[in-house]
Design a protein around this ligand. Structure first.
Ligand code: HEC
Ligand code: HEC
Length: 276
């Protein structure tokens, strides 16, 4: 390559570079100008109507209700999908929600929660009115986490669960939440000796999910391999014993005295299968 060619190349190179720099600056100014056009001064940025419209646009269009997971009463039913927030308690299954998300504390008194059936504990609370109770349950109160730790729940489900709890306590609930068939987890599946993972999943959903699905009370979460590794190393029999007797913040059988050993074993087997 001759010196002449080198010079010509450098000259072209510098020229191209210069054009690019000028173009970049021009684009920056153009962008600022366009942005200015898009924000006309006459609409204040904090216009409440605009904010409302924005919230409407950003609101989720649909949501999946997890309350009817298998084993919580709606056996085999497909998950319901609500296109819009359900009015009042329409369709929400209070008993199923209670079993899966509230029972761990309100069935056992764990964390100092007012127990279902304890009229003395509930009467002054119920006197606040259902709307206040719903607000407190959604926002959380004292040792109670917002929505009992299950953020997937909508207001209708929370309301239905509270009405179920009040009804079970013998207090008026003025609601229409439909009574679901008791989600008795199938005990002792007659088949074979091996763990029945399908039955285990149903037990898990109704009795263990409240803590092990959410990490509430410091429970090792389903699927969290790191949290389960050392526990699983103890062997399934030890895990089942601990689950039956309770351990640390975990109440015996997760608070479900009605479960037999077989049901707990299936649930533990299911949890282990999902967490290793
Ligand atoms: C991790 C434990 C825990 C879970 C899970 C839980 N709660 Fe609670 N809940 C509490 C405790 C503790 C209190 C008492 C709070 C207080 O008064 O300081 C409480 C209080 C309440 C109250 C009374 C509020 C008031 O104003 O007195 C309602 C209603 C309630 N819970 C509903 C629910 C519902 C519905 C669910 C399930 C979606 C649920 N809770 C799940 C622990 C729990
Ligand atoms: C009230 C919350 C709560 C409920 C409900 C609950 N657990 Fe737990 N579980 C815990 C906590 C907290 C631990 C950790 C205990 C520790 O290590 O001190 C735990 C630990 C365990 C372990 C590991 C024990 C070990 O030796 O490390 C098993 C297995 C287990 N739970 C099974 C179950 C089963 C099965 C159910 C349902 C029948 C259930 N749990 C319901 C809170 C709960």
């Amino acid at each position: 390559m001759s010196e002449q060619q080198d010079r010509t190349f450098m000259a072209t190179f510098v020229t191209v570079l210069g054009i690019l720099v000028v173009l970049a600056i021009a684009l920056i100014f153009l962008a600022r100008y366009v942005q200015h056009l898009a924000e006309p001064g006459e609409v204040p940025a904090n216009d409440p109507l605009l904010a409302k419209r924005k919230a409407e646009l950003l609101a989720p269009v649909g949501r999946v209700e997890v309350a009817s997971a298998p084993g919580t009463g709606a056996e085999g039913a497909p998950p319901q999908t609500a296109a819009a927030p359900v009015p009042a308690t329409g369709g929400a299954d209070g008993k199923a929600v209670y079993q899966s998300s509230c029972f761990a504390c309100h069935g056992t008194g764990a964390a100092g929660a007012p127990k279902v059936g304890d009229r003395a504990a509930w009467e002054p609370r119920a006197a606040q009115g259902i709307d206040t109770l719903v607000q407190h349950a959604i926002q959380g109160k004292g040792a109670m986490p917002p929505k009992g730790g299950n953020m997937a729940l909508g207001e209708a489900e929370i309301r239905a669960a509270i009405e179920h709890m009040l009804r079970e306590t013998g207090l008026a609930a003025g609601g229409t939440a439909k009574a679901a068939p008791a989600p008795k987890p199938a005990p002792a599946a007659a088949a074979g000796e091996g763990p029945d993972l399908a039955a285990g999943e149903r037990v898990y959903q109704s009795a263990c999910f409240a803590c092990h699905g959410t990490g509430a009370a410091g429970a090792p979460r389903l699927g969290d391999r790191a949290a389960w590794k050392d526990r699983i190393a103890q062997g399934i029999d030890t895990l089942v014993q601990h689950a039956i007797q309770g351990k640390g913040a975990m109440p015996p059988k997760g608070g479900r005295a009605d479960l037999d050993e077989r049901a707990v074993r299936d649930a533990v087997a299911y949890m282990v299968s999902k967490s290793r």
